[in-house]
Structures are given as structure tokens and as C-alpha cells.
Ligand binder design. Sequence first.
Ligand code: FRU
Length: 491
Amino acid sequence: MEWTREERYRPYQQYSALELLHLQAAADNSPEQLRYHIRPSSGLLNDPNGFSYFNHAWHVFYQSFPFGATHGLKSWMHMQSTDLVHWHSRGLALTPDNEYDSHGAYSGSAKQIGDRLFLMYTGNHRDQDWNRTPFQLGAWMNQNNQVTKLKQPLFRNPDYISEHFRDPQLLEYDGKYYALLGAQDAKTETGHLALWASDDLQDGWHDVGLTNFTPYPMGYMIECPNLVMIDDHAVLIFCPQGLEQKITHYDNIYPNTYIIGDEFDFENATLKGSSQVPVNLDEGFDVYATQAFNAPDGTAYAISWVGLPDINYPTDEQTWANCLSQVKELHIRNGQLYQQPVAAMTNLRDPKGTKVFSNRTSIIDDHAGQQCELNLTISADQTGVLHLAANEDLSASLQIQFDTNTGALTVDRSRVGATVAKKYGTTRSIKLPAHQDLKLQIFLDHSLAEIFVNDGEQVLTLRYFADQQHQKIAFAQPINATGSLYQLKNI
Ligand code: FRU
């Protein structure tokens, strides 16, 4: 269904409660719907926002257009958890309801200040002629999850930055507040990270300057920046749009990348000791707008939008779209970023549904279901194909092709079911050390696969749209492998 601009920006009040209930039922009853990940209660979900710890709980919000599978008028939907795995909806937290966020409460971050949570976000405002002004806005959330917006914007784009100025990450350093934002130079139309500062959060925001973090051009815009400390390294995670392929190879329409530094110099807006070349955060088909933050104990956690701007998915027809990844714990080992499931993910394992297998394995399970975790180690020097979400004769499946002689691994979603974004390719490949055992931890949730390789040294996240009856997991021929398969519970 094609949406007109007018339909996409219709005020929420014009929808009836009944319409929303129908949309919620459609999303909830979809066979492809996820059961242990954050997914839209109705309509479209995109970026995670405001990922934080506050009032003895974890919080994450997501960009929501509740009335259909299209990028319409956006709000923040609030989710809360005590273990980073079981999430409960707390409903809409920020809705577009004033002049400054009239065309969407766009992405941003959250930080506990005193006994409240400060939400900082971009208000998308358009005038009659559809000219956009991005306002950086603030709101307080109290311990009862009640949100009160500040009456006035914190700041707006200076003259040398175009209308593309958004997604503030609020940071605190040395008694001062900082905001890191995605920005486009108005004259050159190039992508940058802007740094702004304030002594007291609500007033006196001033421009520190554009951040120095790479000598390479970053395309025409950078979205969703995050600065996070990981094992004593300052790491920037961001989404450069229009990045040249010769700087970083990527296959998706837009990449989500990171750069590791030694430390971040806030006064001079500089990432010191930068690794300079952006690296793909995820090697799969569908990760974007990842948001990371440091918990009170310093641990870095990240959560990603599994979906991409300007890409349609088969379930759009069912009026809902996209989901969030599971929460990933971040570490740096040997100069490389590792992403791992959080400890509480093991609580989802159903003790009745565990199966252990070892050596010369071909069929792992004929009816593994679409809601499982597969942990396996494939011995070195073998070539084969692992079929997931497969039919009986393995002619339809999500394939993982591996060669542990050379260290090649390819995920192929061309034969699993309905196609997605074919224009951007149906396979994704990575290179691993040769002649070594291959460790895979694979999570399937109906239409989402998260593949952690070698303890999170690489991750491939993707949506797949299989016949839900295709539940076989098997190698094409017997393979030396050991491991276990767990059925996972709903959250
Ligand atoms: C990224 C993004 C952000 C913006 C939000 C709007 O996906 O375009 O830059 O704030 O989505 O929903």
C-alpha cells in the first residue's frame, strides 16, 4: 500500500482506538512476529533511543509510527526491563505535540541526572512549504515514568549546518554536559559529527565544533552517533550515509560502523589515537542505528535496529515492520570489538527443550522450531553447509556455508523464502582465521537470525522470511561438530 505524505503525517488523534486495536492484533498474530525480541506493538519500529539505566531498571525507547508499516509521524515508545532480556512496554513516552516536534519526535538519548531521567531528542519541524528545522529538545522522566517536555528548544542548527542535524547523544564529562550529533555541512553537503556543550544542561548550549575522528570523508550525512567507553578505549559507533566503498566495504544500503580510539578529548572535539577507518559493526544484512551506552558499572551495552532506511520487508503487507536486536555486551580484545549476548539470555532456555549432539552430525533437529538457540563448534579443516529454518529435503533454507580450511563463511538468504532487498545482494561473507575450529552461537526468532561467530568477534544479523513450518536444522552432509540446541521461551 502506498502512503501519501498527508496520510503519513496525520495527527494521532484522527485515528480511532478501534483502528489501533486492529493494528495491534495484526502485529501480534503475525506468524513472522518475534517472540523474545523487542518488536513493534503495531506499525513501524526503527531506531532504539534513550538506552539507559534509571530507577533500578533498564530502559530503552524505540522510534515508532504506530499506525502502519511506513515512516510516518514518529514517537518514542518506552520499554523497561530488570535483566536486559525481559522487556515490558510502558507505552508512548514522547509524542509529537508541539511546534518544535510537530513532524516527529526523532531519535536521541537518555541520561540519569539527579533522581530523574533526562531525554534529549531531535524535534522534526516542517513549515507549510515542507522546509525542515531540526530542534534539539529536552524532557524529564520521573520515577513514575511520567514525561514532561521542556518548553523551549535547547538549540537548533547553526548556519553552517543544513537541516540534517539530529540524534543527540547526551554525555557528561568533567562536570559539563555534551551532546554529540549527526550533522551535514550546509555548503559541502558532507557528513560530520557535531559536538555541543553546556554547563547546566538547560541553558547556554554552545558549539564546540565538528569532531575530528577520521581523515576520510564520511559521505553526505552521519546518523545516530554514540561515544562509548569499552574496556578503556573510546569508541565511536555511527551510521555514515553515502560512505565510499573504497574506504570501507559494505553491501547494505547504509552501513553501521565503528572506530576505536584511545580517548576522547571533549575540549577539542577529537578522538585521540583513532583507528581512522570505519569498520562494519555487523556483517549481516539488516543492522542500523545501533545505540550503545555505559551502564553505572562501566559495562558497555548496545542494541540495534534490525531494519534499514529505504528498505521494504515482506511483512510490511501485514501492517507491521522491523524489530530490535537482543542487547549485546561490548568488549575490546586484541584491538577488535567483540559483541556478546548478555548473561541473562540463558534464562530464556527451556530446560525441557535441550538437545546435545556430537561428531559426524548431519541432522541436528527435524523440528527445531523457529525460536531457538544453537551453539556449535565445527572442527577445523572441513567444508560444508548448515541449513537453518529448512524444509525436509533442505531445498529451502537459510544457509551458512563454511570452509574451516580457508576460514571462509557465507550467509545465503536467497533460498529461505520471500526475498528482501535483492538489489543489495543475497549473501554476506566474512573471513576468519584458516585451519581453526569455528564457533557459532545462532539465535532464531521466527524472522530474525543473530549469528555470533567465535565468541562475538563477528556478528551477522538478518531478517529472513521462511515458511514457519520449515523447522529443520541440518548439515548437508555429516560434519565433525559438537554443540547444543535450546528451545527459547517467550518474553
Ligand atoms: C535513522 C533516522 C534518524 C532519525 C530517525 C527518524 O534511522 O533517520 O536519523 O532521527 O531515524 O525516525
